[in-house]
Design a protein around this ligand. Sequence first.
Ligand code: SF4
Length: 457
Amino acid sequence: MSRVMTTTEAITEARRCLNCSRPTCIAGCPIENNIPRFIRALSDGNFGLAYETISETSNLPAICGRVCPHERQCEAHCVLTKKQHGIEIGSLEMFIADFAHQNNLCPTSPSSGLRGKVAVIGSGPAGLTVAGDLAKMDFDVTIYEAQTEPGGVLLFGIPEFRLQKDVVRREIQELLNLGVKIQTEKLAGIDFTVDDLFAQGYDAIFIGTGSSLPRTLNIPGKELSGILTATYFLRTVVLADSGKLDESETVLHTGDNVVIVGAGNVGMDAARTALRRGAKNVTVIFHKAEEDITAYPSEYQAAVKEGVHFKFLKQPIAYFNKKQIRALQNVRRQTTNIDETQVAGLLLQHITKTPLGEFVAEGGQEVMPCDCVILAVGQKPAARIVTSTKGIQIDNRGFVITRDRPYGMTTRAGVFSSGDVVHGPATVVLAMKESKKVAAGIAQYIDAKKLIEDCSI
Ligand code: SF4
């Protein structure tokens, strides 16, 4: 996990770098930041060159410095990690991005917009990366965002304690400085279609709408209130924190016993946020064992440290209301006004992991009382844009099919896609990695299209 460094600490840390002739750290970076070059510049006190070096490959260094799993990527590959203490690359990245912002360093001049016109639908990590890369390549880029503010999962999905909203806003401002335009409250499939955009003269269209549709559990009692998805919960918290939603509408109440279903990174974010919102107890339920947890170790450890409880090898099979819970607990006392519409507990099936690594439902059941259930069991793409656009094929899980040449083009010519809507939910930096390749594919496609048009005149 990255830490805030002073200038002296950053330079001291940068000076530990060996500037290896074969830098393994670059191989560990999904977007191949020139890590030794930026660290060398930093150690020399040349912060301008350090920021310029990072900006060559990353449009969102302040965000990556905060949320990338460096301990699994560049830092894991640093030669010093094997010998002693690896270079804190994530913290250095965060330092230089913040320094550049505070001192108004902007190495790239605005796009001329003369090379072609591109519409980007969605402003999460994929859309922002494509927009930034294409603007740097002199394309005229406009982002269409359904929400009132751009940022997608960066703004509404990742909680404030992991990624401060002002950092997201300032990275987006850097893109605006490159000449990228943004139109908010434009919902694809409702306010406009892909055909409308082509009719407006766009040469190519990029779909980066993410996997915004949360999955739920189709089990008895699913209609009870107090059951919500993690993405909804996290979004309402952001809106409440920014004064755009009344606190009473955030569902979770102070003193609640909260159950989180799912142990991925979104589950950890939801659990830690629930604690910060005043939950009395937060317990994560996971149907597999501790070693199978899908959250990053650092996120899991942070959740444990903050007091989140975990129950492994438990599968929810029914939601119960208070009346059902009382019946199960053999409470005979007659009470009027029992709310039968509110969730009051979960029925959990115990799971056993076999020596072959299979999971079987055995070992009994238990009832777990709670006041609120937050589901973090995965997401899938919203179908609206695909159903409103002719010629875009999806696979049997609902993800958009793309090709390798030009990279990232869908089954409809001129329409490209990447990020979660193609690959399923992944990390910010993996969405950026694919989207950089797609930006190059879009540039290739538009150049070829214009060449053919020129030759046919
Ligand atoms: Fe520096 Fe580590 Fe990269 Fe070598 S592997 S150049 S020591 S950051």
